[in-house]
Write a protein that binds this ligand. Structure first.
Ligand code: PLP
Length: 363
């Protein structure tokens, strides 16, 4: 079945055309020298979008959640104190994953829609092994200040979820003191879901768990998978690379870096501002705290008396346009509108505003 949907949900964006075309290209063998070169290039470009010089920067062969698992399973030693900033669904998930790795989790809860309160997080424990936070909370549309966490982290490792920020808003892993980071391909990178761009610095790698519970996500073994690019020396078989997805990510990253990373950030910023201004002009109320709103993911309160699901259904049926429902207890009271990758453009904003205006007049 072929759909011609405009996806403005927080989930997979329509990929950049280059990334889609790459999925249809002839498949290289996973040990073909041309593929190994493509992988090396992909890792090099990932360093640029992460803002890092970490040798160990690679696309893990699974979705963003596997990046989260890899981050914790490789760094949490049994009984380690892990302070987690929880201001949405993905902070909650971090707590679960860290606990399963044997951490003593110290969650720092926030109201949904608010950014991470850096002082409260830093004061939550005198000597945590790890401080973890989500840079861009997809469940609420909020951006948090990772640089401030990095400046105050002390001896702790700073572990950051950049699934919805990478390739969309400013992200400077090294400058901000990020020790371990994971992301996804399906948001602002404008590639299909399926890989988890991952980075870990030498400091965190030196403290890693020698034999983590997960064989597949063991970074000690994964180093061989990307060989020289990992800084580990030779290349050894670990698993068969998902070559089509890596080729697609390569094409998406090339697209972004050709446009210029800062220009891409500015494009997302402008589109988000245009959308948020337009929604407020329509009399709608935004959900995320002012001053901390993500441009790539806008959360809107469903107006009193409006059936959230009926509006979403109307948009899908009449405009081929999908916007997201709210997350968690906000499922029926908030919409989430993504403007990610190729959708972060003025014409797409006008489309979603016009369609929503139409829906609100009819449903
Ligand atoms: N973290 C954040 C902030 C996310 O938005 C998502 C997915 O939407 C994830 C983690 C999990 O990624 P995935 O669904 O690719 O496993």
């Amino acid at each position: 079945m072929i759909h011609d949907r405009h996806l403005f949900g927080p989930g997979p964006t329509n990929p950049y055309p280059e990334a889609t075309l790459a999925l249809g290209a002839p498949i290289l063998g996973h040990l073909d020298p041309a593929f190994l070169e493509l992988m090396d290039d992909t890792c090099a470009m990932l360093r640029q979008v992460w803002g890092t010089s970490n040798a160990r920067t690679l696309p893990i062969s699974a979705t963003g959640s596997a990046g989260m698992e890899a981050a914790f399973v490789n760094t949490v030693h049994p009984g380690d104190v892990v302070v987690v900033a929880v201001n949405g669904l993905f902070g909650q998930r971090m707590c679960d994953v860290a606990a399963r790795c044997g951490a003593e989790v110290v969650p720092v809860e926030h109201d949904w829609g608010q950014p991470v309160d850096v002082e409260r997080v830093l004061a939550a424990h005198p000597a945590p092994a790890i401080i973890a936070a989500v840079h861009a909370e997809t469940s609420t549309g909020v951006r948090s200040d990772i640089a401030a966490l990095g400046a105050g982290k002390g001896d702790a490792l700073l572990l950051v979820d950049a699934v919805t920020s990478i390739g969309g808003i400013e992200l400077r892993a090294d400058d901000w003191g990020v020790d371990v980071g994971y992301a996804g391909t399906q948001k602002c990178l404008g590639v299909a879901p399926g890989l988890a761009p991952f980075t870990i610095n030498d400091r965190a790698f030196a403290r890693r768990v020698e034999r983590p519970q997960s064989w597949y996500l063991d970074l000690g073994l994964l180093g061989g998978y990307v060989g020289e690019a990992s800084g580990s020396g030779g290349r050894t078989y670990h698993h068969t690379a998902p070559v089509a997805m890596v080729a697609s990510l390569h094409a998406g990253l090339t697209r972004i870096l050709d446009e210029g990373l800062e220009a891409v950030w500015a494009r997302h910023e402008a589109a988000g501002r245009q959308l948020q201004d337009g929604l407020e002009e329509m009399g709608l109320e935004l959900f995320a705290a002012e001053g901390h709103r993500l441009p790539e993911l806008t959360t809107v309160k469903v107006p009193e008396g409006v059936d959230s699901a009926a509006v979403r259904r109307y948009l899908l049926t009449n405009h081929d346009l999908e916007i997201g429902a709210g997350a968690g207890s906000f499922a029926a009271s908030v919409w989430r509108i993504g403007l990610m990758g190729p959708n972060a453009r003025p014409d797409r904003v006008l489309l979603v505003l016009a369609a929503l205006r139409d829906a609100l007049g009819r449903v």
